[in-house]
Design a protein around this ligand. Structure first.
Ligand code: GLY
Ligand code: MN
Ligand code: MN
Length: 452
């Protein structure tokens, strides 16, 4: 097995399209930590059993800074004499034929497939690449301040145990999260594609949704998954395929029920692109194609709330504004339906009583992670100000639990959410998921059109 293998090194590779962007992102990170050694692992695969691993997905911060998706890789920013940093990607090189690693190690290339050589990766990523197996020695020899992104590579963390502190590493994680708040043009284009592919996945679902017979939620999940794996890398999070009363369970990912004609299907799903950016879109669909009057009443209230929320997304607005606008609108509708007795909408909203039925926050940042930038400081995110280039979801919903005795029986088991992915622009916003209809009439017409 050692001999007789032709050289298949490639010399025709061009840098990945993202390379200029990742270089700029690394420069921004460098400027935040002058003189410090910065370590960002991609992570290691998790064993499922024996020689079988769970599907690997690299850490989002590693992807953001390199555009690479290798497992067992580590990005290191080494302090340079000019006060900046030299970035180096530490990667697994190609499997060694001489030592037998190529075929005796079950993660050798004979089993897992060809890897890029370090030279090939240098061309692709536009930064120096070294053998990751030399990194522990390099880290052991390092002097001066070091920070590591924790939670992805126990080996690297062990090598750095006596050289880092939890507090400083927490600060590092926060800055990494905050760097991702404003998206660059590559990211925006990718998120736009994620939304477009997701819209096609929703169309696929409508085509398999039975008008006379129930449709298993797992069939819906599988149908969307085919689109996600065909046009992208995966789903960006577990698809929520919630028929009937399951729609009132916010994280319904068991998907072991069915969507029945006469009921609603709440579908919350997103295609993750090959660059690992994800959409996060929800539509609540009448399974047989027509909303009942009560379903329509609830749907139109949520739609009005979403319209109010989207209108509040603009640069300079507080992040909370769209949440407040949507929640206030839903409080008004709930009060008008008599669900809060004599209380006024203002009273209900100011006390937050509508939350019994609206449950969640109205949206979040979106990007490489579905709940993107989650470690950013409160003052820059939840209590911060929107800026052009941010991408966030606006996703109001109303959920009436099946056993909620405070609402008339006919409401119980109805759950409606409408979720879109909104880009903040210089003068307002653009709905990246506008390819899917939102109003009740548009949804019915769209479903009828797809069913022919
Ligand atoms: N799909 C998760 C969310 O909407 O936040
Ligand atoms: Mn969602
Ligand atoms: Mn969401």
């Amino acid at each position: 097995m050692k001999h007789g293998w032709a050289d298949i090194e490639r010399s025709d590779l061009e840098p990945i399209a993202q390379a200029p962007h990742t270089a700029r992102r690394r420069a921004e990170l460098s400027a935040r930590f002058p003189g410090e050694l910065l370590v960002v692992p991609a992570g290691n695969p998790v064993v499922r059993a024996n020689d079988t691993d769970y599907p690997f997905r690299p850490s989002s911060d590693y992807v953001y800074l390199t555009g690479d998706q290798s497992q067992d890789a580590v990005l290191v920013l080494e302090p340079a004499e000019d006060g900046g940093h030299e970035s180096v990607a530490y990667l697994l090189p190609r499997s060694d034929r001489e030592s037998g690693e190529f075929w005796q190690d079950y993660h050798g290339e004979l089993w897992d497939g060809r890897r890029n050589s370090l030279t090939e990766n240098e061309r692709l990523l536009g930064l120096p690449c070294r053998d990751v197996r030399t990194l522990p020695e390099r880290l052991a020899a390092a002097t001066g301040p070091i920070r590591v992104l924790r939670g992805y590579d126990t080996g690297i963390e062990a090598a750095l145990r006596d050289k880092v502190t939890a507090e400083r590493d927490r600060e590092f994680r926060v800055v990494l999260s905050e760097l991702r708040l404003v998206k660059d043009e590559f990211e925006i284009a990718d998120l736009r594609f994620a939304c477009e592919a997701t819209a096609r996945g929703f169309e696929d679902v409508v085509r398999v949704l039975g008008t006379d017979e129930p449709t298993p939620e797992r069939r819906i999940e599988g149908t969307f998954f085919v689109r996600a794996r065909t046009e992208g890398n995966n789903v960006g999070y577990s698809s929520i395929c919630a028929g009937g009363e399951h729609a009132t369970t916010l994280h319904w990912v068991r998907n072991d029920g069915e969507a029945r004609p006469g009921e609603l299907l709440l579908l919350d799903a997103g295609v993750e692109t090959n660059n690992l950016y994800t959409a996060d879109i929800t539509r609540t669909l009448p399974v047989d194609g027509r909303f009942t009057p009560l379903q329509r009443k609830v749907y139109e209230a949520v739609y009005a709330a979403q319209e109010a929320g989207i209108a509040a997304v603009k640069p300079g607005a507080a992040f909370r504004d769209f949440h407040d606008a949507a929640q206030r609108t839903m409080a008004e509708h709930l009060v008008s339906w008599g669900l809060f007795g004599d209380r006024t909408a203002e009273e209900v909203f100011s006390l937050g009583l509508q939350r019994r039925f609206t449950l969640a926050g109205t949206g979040h940042m979106l990007g490489l992670d579905v709940h993107d930038c989650a470690k950013a400081r409160t003052e820059l995110y939840v209590e911060g100000t929107l800026a052009a280039g941010m991408v966030l979801t606006v996703e109001p919903g109303m959920y009436f639990q099946i056993n909620d005795t405070t609402v008339p029986e006919e409401y119980r088991g109805i759950g409606v959410r409408i979720e879109d992915d909104i880009l903040v622009t210089a003068d307002g916003n653009v709905n990246l998921s506008a390819g899917l209809p939102r109003s009740a009439d548009e949804v019915e017409a769209w479903m009828a059109g797809l069913r022919g």
